[in-house]
Design a protein around this ligand. Structure first.
Ligand code: ADP
Length: 586
């Protein structure tokens, strides 16, 4: 901006100098012209004066006229010459007329001889200097007899114009004044512009709340107001954009689906956190990198190639093994809009592993249920056929077959009861209908033990219960009793006769309580522990069926514990017995 100040200052000064200079030249020219006119008038008056003397004294000799010329010249200060019609010089105040050339060819003489006033500014051949001549015709009896000429050295004229230089001197203070005025004027424009520049600089640095306040010419103040209005609008638009961007960003971040945007060369433009989590990379560290470097998985890369080639939307189910195998529902489409003009694609991966697992579980469950129901139904229909084919007439066989039929009906009943219990549990859990209340645990355990008393007594097994009377937890008494009954039943079923089953609260901490059911029976091999709580999972199917098991007892127990926000675990050693522990939060 300092540059602008000096530029403006110099321009104004140049303008002032030019104006002053041109004015001076014109003034000087006019002045010179004025002086020339003045001198001409003066010389003409002198010539006319001398002419009247000549016209009165035509009888005078040349010497006398010469004398007269000299007297006049001394009196008036100009050179006086008398020339006859032939151009011959009769008398001259400065030079001997006899030595002078014929003057018929001099412009002022030609004009005067023609009866006019001759004026000429030229070099004198006789005196060899610049002279201003004015010649008037001298008439004798109405005919031009000759010419009287008055002349003045041009140098004298110039001397009269000596004050031109004074004029120049007088212009100097004006010039100085113009310089100061130029500086002040330039400052008046450049200073507010400088302030506007500073303000705009602050706008570009992001301070859009800043406002420019300048005093100065109207155009500059309205420029600053326009800048302020522009900043306010920019501020508003930036806020709207920021809000929209924030909304988009948080939507992008919150999405459970992995979203990846790539350009036509397969370089990653954007991706969200879910994509990083799914494919195991840091989204902040992979921008602009080749997608093939980031996701080293053949199926994903092939899907990407197909999307870029297809043009239209592409959808596929892809199985990727990044850690545990994951099933992904992949959607891909080409980018539209401004970014899309250069090509590129949007890929969305939805992790449907859990969904697929649930689907598989549901399928397996349906198959298992059919299979579980099919066995007793086949047995029942088989024995009914046998009875119909004649076995019912043999009382001993008929009684045995009917007992088998009854046992399978009980089994069917037990399976259906357990399935219904599970379905009810799931439904209640989904609808949030399982109510928990702060109740004592001991009565629940006592009731569960009482339910199993008969089965325990049949095998001569003693059930030992240890629990503090005052111990309370958030429970649903009926459901918790059902879970403990299932565990106790198993403990009794898979223990040898005469052994002991211990039901106790083993651990009470500030945040939880652990109820355990311990037996010293056959135990369970480690390889089965992980699947033990699945529906219809049995370690020894024949044994379970023989003992009237449905394969659903532990699944029901697990569901009940989950409804209590607790966990259930098993510790067991083959041949030594098992401990099932229910952990309930307090
Ligand atoms: P079941 O009706 O067959 O007992 P569960 O779901 O209750 O079904 O148990 C699943 C399987 O776990 C049983 O078939 C059995 O093999 C094993 N099991 C459960 N509890 C015990 C235990 N206390 N001791 C040994 N095995 C057990």
């Amino acid at each position: 901006m300092k540059k602008l100040l000096w530029k403006l200052c110099f321009s104004y000064l140049l303008l002032a100098v030019l104006t002053l200079g041109i004015s001076l030249i014109i003034a000087s020219f006019l002045l010179k012209q004025f002086h020339l006119d003045q001198a001409c008038h003066q010389l003409e008056a002198q010539a006319r004066l001398f002419r009247s003397s000549v016209e009165k004294n035509f009888a005078l000799s040349a010497a006398e006229i010469n004398l007269l010329c000299a007297e006049f010249s001394a009196e008036l200060g100009s050179r006086i010459t008398v020339i006859v019609a032939t151009g011959q010089v009769l008398a001259d105040s400065e030079k001997n007329s006899a030595e002078m050339n014929n003057h018929a060819d001099r412009p002022e003489i030609i004009a005067a001889l023609a009866g006019e006033i001759g004026v000429s500014l030229r070099r004198s051949h006789s005196l060899d200097k610049e002279l201003l001549y004015v010649a008037v015709p001298v008439r004798k009896n109405g005919i031009v007899w000759g010419v009287v000429r008055a002349a003045l050295p041009a140098k004298l004229l110039d001397e009269q114009l000596v004050f031109h230089s004074r004029l120049l001197l007088a212009a100097l203070p004006a010039l100085l004044l113009a310089a100061v005025a130029s500086f002040l004027l330039a400052l008046r424009i450049s200073r507010p512009l400088e302030e506007i520049e500073q303000g705009v600089l602050r706008f570009t640095q992001g301070s859009l709340h800043h406002r420019i306040h300048v005093a100065g010419p109207l155009e500059i103040t309205s420029l600053s107001e326009s800048c302020n209005r522009m900043a306010a609008q920019l501020d508003e638009q930036t806020a709207v954009l920021k809000k929209q961007l924030g909304l988009l960003e948080s939507t992008f971040r919150s999405m459970a689906e992995a979203v990846i945007v790539i350009d036509k060369d397969g370089r990653l433009l954007r991706c969200n956190q879910a994509a990083g989590r799914l494919f195991g990379f840091d989204p902040a560290a992979v921008a602009q990198r080749d997608i093939q470097e980031i996701i080293r998985h053949a199926d994903v890369q092939q899907f990407l190639e197909r999307t870029l080639k297809n043009g239209g939307p592409t959808e596929e189910i892809i199985a990727v093994s990044i850690g545990p195998e994951k099933i992904l529902n992949a959607h891909g489409c080409l980018l539209r809009g401004e970014i899309g003009q250069d090509g590129g694609a949007l890929l969305v991966f939805h992790d449907i592993t859990r969904l697929k697992q649930l689907e598989t579980m549901r399928r397996d469950f349906a198959a298992n249920v059919s299979h579980e129901l099919k066995t007793p139904i086949t047995a029942i229909s088989g024995f009914v056929e046998t009875l119909r084919d004649g076995a019912m007439h043999e009382p001993e066989d008929a009684a045995r077959f009917l007992e088998i039929i009854a046992r399978n009906v009980r089994r069917l009943h037990a399976i259906i009861e357990d399935l219904l219990a599970l379905a009810r549990l799931e439904q209640d859990e989904e609808q949030g209908q399982i109510s928990l209340s702060w109740k004592a645990i001991k009565p629940v355990l006592e009731n569960a033990a009482a339910v199993c008393t008969q089965a325990a007594e049949e095998k001569g097994i003693s059930v030992e219960l240890t629990c503090q009377d005052a111990l309370k937890a958030q429970i649903n008494s009926a459901l918790l009793e059902q879970a403990v009954v299932n565990l106790l039943n198993n403990a009794i079923k898979y223990s040898s006769a005469g052994s002991t089953v211990i039901l106790q609260v083993v651990k009470v901490t500030s945040d939880g309580v652990v109820i355990s059911v311990q037996d010293f029976g056959c135990g369970i091999g480690k390889e089965h522990h992980a699947r033990l709580f699945e529906r219809f999972y049995r370690v020894d199917k024949a044994r379970s069926c023989k003992l009237g098991g449905t394969g659903l007892g532990l699944a029901i127990a697990k569901h009940i514990v989950q409804a209590h926000h607790g966990t259930i675990v098993v510790e067991s050693t083959l041949g030594r017995g098992s401990v099932f522990s229910i952990r309930l939060p307090l």
